[in-house]
Ligand binder design. Structure first.
Ligand code: LRH
Ligand code: MN
Ligand code: MN
Length: 386
C-alpha cells in the first residue's frame, strides 16, 4: 500500500504557467517585483527552479503572444537544457482592441478570421515545441440583452473550433476552457462545462474540457464535474488555483484544501492520476503580492498534499461502507484520509527522489532569488491581470 502511494507520488506531474513568473496585479494596480523575468527564456528558467526543488513540475505552459519568440524550436531546446519541457500552448484572443465584441464569435468576419489565424498559429507553434495541447479560452460574450444573437455566436464558435480541430496533428488535442463570467457580464459564449462538453463532443476525441477551478459560481460542486467528465473521457486538464470570490487566481489549496482533496479523490478513484490517463494537471495562477517562485513551489506542494491524502483513502473500506449503505462509515473513511498529516510522507518521498525534504527552505537557501534580483532589471508584466 505505502509503496504504491510513494510510487504514485514520485510519478505525479504538474505543469506550471509561464505567466505566473511575470509581474501581475488586478485592474487597480500591477505591482513590480524584483528579479522578475524579462523574456520567455527567463520565465522558463524560473519554472525550472520549481522543478528543481519539487521534482514533479517538469513542464511549462506558454501563452502566445506573451511568450512570443522568433525560434520556438530553440525555446524548446532551452527548456530541455534547463531540465524542463514546453507543455500546453495557450492561445490569446482577448487582449487586442479588435476583440472588443468578441474574437471567434465576433459579428465581423474579418475579426473572426484574425482570431482563427491566431489559433492556427498556436497549432504551428505546438508543432515546433512538440506540444500536445492547444488550450483555448475565449473571453467572448455580451454585456447587454439583445447585443448579439446567442445562437449565431454558438454557430461561429463551432465553426472556429472545427477549423482548429481539422488542423490538429496526430497526438495533438484541443483543450477547451469555460468561464462563468468576466470579461463579459451578460452572456459568455463558453460559460460552463456543459457548453464546453457539448462542443468537444461534436468535435470528436481530440477535443476535451479544461476545468479552471476559479471559473464557477460560488458553491459549485467541482468534483461532480470531474467525475462526470472523467466517465465520458472528456476531462483534458485542470487550471488549478484558489478563489474566495471569483477568478481570484490565488494559490491552489490555499482557500479550500478540502475541495482540492475532494477533486483529487475523484481523480485517484477513477485511476486518472497517471499521465497515461491524459489528464493534465496545470496551475493557472498569479502572484500579485507574494514572491512568485516560492508561491509556485508552495502550490505544487499543496497539490501533492491533496494527492497524498487522496491516495491514502482506504478504497476497500470505502467501497464496503458505501455498498452497505453506511453513510457515516463511508464519510468517516474519507475524512480519516483527509485528516492525515501527509507532510512527513512527502518529505520522505522527496528524499527518496534525491531532493531536499523542504523545497521552500531549499529554494530560499539557494541564493537564486538574490541572483535574479541583482541581474534582472525591468522585469515584464505577465500580460494582463490574468
Ligand atoms: C482566463 C484564464 C485563461 C487564460 C488565463 C491567463 O481567466 O483562466 O486560462 O488563458 O486566465
Ligand atoms: Mn485558466
Ligand atoms: Mn481565469
Amino acid at each position: 500500500m505505502t509503496d504504491a502511494v510513494r510510487a504514485a507520488l514520485r510519478a505525479q506531474r504538474i505543469e506550471v504557467p509561464s505567466w505566473a513568473y511575470g509581474n501581475s496585479g488586478t485592474r487597480f494596480k500591477v505591482f513590480a517585483q524584483p528579479g522578475v523575468p524579462r523574456t520567455p527564456q527567463e520565465k522558463i528558467a524560473d519554472a525550472a527552479q520549481v522543478h528543481k526543488y519539487t521534482g514533479v513540475a517538469p513542464v511549462v505552459s506558454l501563452h502566445i503572444p506573451w511568450d512570443k519568440v522568433d525560434d520556438y524550436a530553440a525555446l524548446a531546446k532551452h527548456a530541455e537544457d534547463l531540465g524542463v519541457r514546453i507543455g500546453g500552448i495557450n492561445a490569446n484572443v482577448f487582449q487586442d482592441d479588435d476583440y472588443k465584441l468578441g474574437s471567434v464569435t465576433n459579428p465581423d468576419p474579418a475579426v473572426r478570421r484574425k482570431a482563427l489565424d491566431h489559433l492556427l498559429e498556436c497549432v504551428d507553434i505546438a508543432d515546433l515545441t512538440g506540444s500536445r495541447d492547444i488550450k483555448l479560452w475565449f473571453s467572448d460574450g455580451t454585456n447587454y440583452p439583445g447585443q448579439d444573437s446567442i445562437r449565431a455566436r454558438q454557430d461561429r464558435l463551432a465553426d472556429a473550433l472545427q477549423a482548429v480541430y481539422e488542423r490538429l496533428g496526430d497526438g495533438q488535442r484541443i483543450l477547451l476552457e469555460y468561464k462563468l463570467f468576466e470579461p463579459a457580464f451578460y452572456t459568455m459564449d463558453v460559460p460552463d462545462w456543459g457548453t464546453a462538453y457539448a462542443h468537444c463532443l461534436r468535435l470528436g476525441p481530440k477535443a476535451q474540457v479544461v476545468i479552471d477551478t476559479g471559473h464557477h459560481a460560488p458553491g459549485t460542486n467541482i468534483e461532480f464535474i470531474v467525475a462526470f467528465l472523467l466517465r465520458e473521457e472528456k476531462l483534458g486538464a485542470f487550471d488549478f488555483n484558489s478563489r474566495f470570490y471569483a477568478d481570484d487566481d490565488l494559490m491552489v489549496g490555499a482557500a479550500d484544501p478540502f475541495q482540492l482533496f475532494r477533486i483529487m479523490h475523484e481523480i485517484v478513484s477513477a485511476g486518472a492520476l497517471d499521465a497515461s490517463s491524459g489528464v493534465n494537471f496545470m496551475l493557472d495562477q498569479c502572484h500579485n503580492i507574494e514572491p512568485k517562485i516560492p508561491a509556485q513551489i508552495r502550490s505544487v506542494m499543496n497539490v501533492q498534499e491533496a494527492t497524498a491524502k487522496a491516495l491514502l483513502v482506504d478504497a476497500a473500506a470505502l467501497d464496503a461502507a458505501q455498498l452497505a449503505g453506511d453513510v457515516l462509515g463511508s464519510n468517516g473513511v474519507l475524512m480519516d484520509a483527509y485528516n492525515t498529516d501527509v507532510r512527513p510522507l512527502l518529505a520522505d518521498v522527496r528524499q527518496e527522489m534525491g531532493l531536499d525534504p523542504d523545497p521552500m527552505g531549499a529554494y530560499a537557501r539557494s541564493g537564486y532569488f538574490e541572483k535574479i534580483a541583482a541581474d534582472r532589471v525591468g522585469g515584464q508584466q505577465a500580460g494582463w491581470g490574468a
